[in-house]
Design a protein around this ligand. Structure first.
Ligand SMILES: C[S@@+](CC[C@H](N)C(=O)[O-])C[C@H]1O[C@@H](n2cnc3c(N)ncnc32)[C@H](O)[C@@H]1O
Length: 264
């Protein structure tokens, strides 16, 4: 995955405001040893007795290159360089908690990712996930992703040998990238660079054609408090019935959610 200096500047701006509610809830709920996925430059502050290891798709050195506008001293050392959407290196039933702040929206298949994040948790283990509220960030104006859309993604990805299903995934991911370039990226770039010129339709289509959309660093989906709550409700009632919703709440720009694995 690659990013540009302009995107780096966006991340730097985010750093200026670590959401207080995120921090308070982490201090209140998280105990023991666990993982944080995609901490980058904003590792979640935790009580001193809590032990955390960091997972990221890129090493610290790669992240320093990828995000040149960030202060390198803020970027965490990565303990597991791995696809944090799968966590193939992490055995099941080993973690007291798993944290992922502003990562889930980067996945083309969030239901599967939530499922994968539950696997390493011990009984009573906590899944601590925050996501940006679309209307409060650069995704403003994008259509809200529906639960049906996410269920469809989940079902399509679970048919890897079905050519039509795989074709449909490609089309959906291209649509996401088109929306990202047209609305999100445009908002990020034009705010920070007065010389930014909106790409033409032809330029956008050419870029989409040449992008590995599935692995592109974009917000695939957009959420509100209602739509994210519906997703968690569906997830805990239908996909992972061994998980329960402990807390879902909103702060100014993000939603904080905590799920707990049942004790049996
Ligand atoms: C938007 S930043 C989030 C930074 C920080 N957690 C925050 O709250 O602002 C996304 C982070 O997730 C990482 N990431 C994205 N996809 C990933 C994946 N599939 N596996 C592991 N890390 C991933 C990126 O490298 C980056 O460090």
């Amino acid at each position: 995955m690659t990013t540009t200096p302009l995107l780096g500047r966006y991340f730097r701006k985010l750093k200026a405001a670590i959401p207080r509610r995120r921090e308070l809830l982490a201090r209140r709920y998280l105990r023991g040893c666990g993982l944080e996925i995609g901490a980058l430059h904003r590792p979640l502050p935790l009580p001193s007795a809590v032990r955390v290891q960091y997972v990221d798709i890129a090493s610290r050195e790669e992240n320093i290159q990828k995000f040149p506008e960030l202060d390198p001293s803020d970027i965490v050392e990565v303990d597991y360089i791995d696809d944090g959407f799968i966590l193939s290196e992490i055995p099941e039933n080993t973690q007291d908690f798993l944290i992922a702040n502003h990562v889930l929206e980067h996945s083309p298949n969030p239901i599967q990712v939530l499922k994968n994040w539950c696997r390493p948790l011990k009984p009573n283990g906590l899944l601590f996930v925050t996501i940006p509220i679309a209307e409060k960030c650069f995704d403003k104006g994008r259509p809200e992703t529906t639960l049906d859309h996410l269920i469809d993604d989940y079902n399509l990805y679970n048919r890897p040998t079905d050519h039509l299903a795989q074709q449909r995934i490609k089309e959906k991911n291209r649509d996401h990238l088109r929306e990202w370039i047209t609305l999100s990226e445009r908002r990020i770039f034009s705010k920070r660079d007065s010389t930014y010129i909106k790409p033409s339709v032809e330029e956008i289509e050419k870029r989409i054609e040449h992008t590995d959309t599935q692995n592109s660093e974009i917000h695939f989906h957009t959420f509100s408090m209602d739509s994210y709550s519906r997703l968690l409700d569906y997830f805990t009632k239908t996909v992972e019935t061994g998980m329960e919703i402990e807390k879902v709440c909103k702060s100014r720009k993000e939603i904080v959610s905590i799920l707990v694995k049942s004790s049996t």
